[in-house]
Design a protein around this ligand. Structure first.
Ligand code: HEM
Length: 156
């Protein structure tokens, strides 16, 4: 039961990280003292959530994914499932690096005066959103690959 609940942990942390990055993006549209204060909170939140997503996803990957992988490989979505997992394992580092860079840009950039710093913040936040959603999509493909394999095994 606890193991089954654990599968919810990393997608939840990851999606909250994506939402926090979207929050930074929206605040960066118009910067003043209030929005800057909120952007600082949101950008640190992004970094912390993505840092936590990493071991949470990694633990599932190393300890529990083996059983699902065996099922996926018996189904018609074996190639898709494998590709989704490879994508997650290899591309998450990009999400993580962008997420760690975001608070640096927000704290160190002169966001009130510099249009370039605002643009950089929005670009980094936007990329965290897009790459995080790609992780989400790859996760959905993985989940579906297991489901489709079971349907197939049951002859449905
Ligand atoms: C922004 C980051 C991430 C998001 C939003 C995310 C989201 C998801 C989602 C929605 C699922 C489907 C869960 C289900 O079957 O119901 C999933 C599955 C999975 N994720 Fe992630 N993920 C992220 C990062 C990672 C990382 C860093 C790893 C580790 C390498 C990872 C490993 C896995 C594995 C192994 C599964 C398959 C679970 C299974 O069916 O056994 N994910 N992910």
């Amino acid at each position: 039961m606890l193991k089954d609940l654990f599968i919810l942990v990393h997608p939840t942390l990851g999606v909250l990280g994506v939402l926090a990055a979207l929050w930074v993006f929206v605040e960066a549209l118009k910067v003043n003292d209030d929005t800057l204060r909120r952007m600082k909170i949101a950008s640190v939140t992004v970094a912390v959530l993505m840092l936590l997503t990493w071991p949470a996803g990694g633990v599932w990957d190393s300890l529990f994914y083996g059983a699902d992988k065996a099922v996926i490989e018996k189904g018609p979505w074996a190639f898709l499932g494998d590709t989704a997992m490879e994508t997650k394992e290899h591309l998450f580092v990009i999400v993580l690096l962008l997420s760690l860079y975001l608070p640096i840009v927000v704290f160190a950039g002169n966001l009130r005066a510099s249009r370039g710093a605002r643009l950089l913040t929005m670009t980094v936040a936007g990329l965290v959103v897009l790459s995080g959603l790609a992780m989400e999509g790859a996760g959905a493909v993985l989940g579906l690959s297991v489901k489709v394999a079971f349907f197939n095994l049951m002859g449905a």
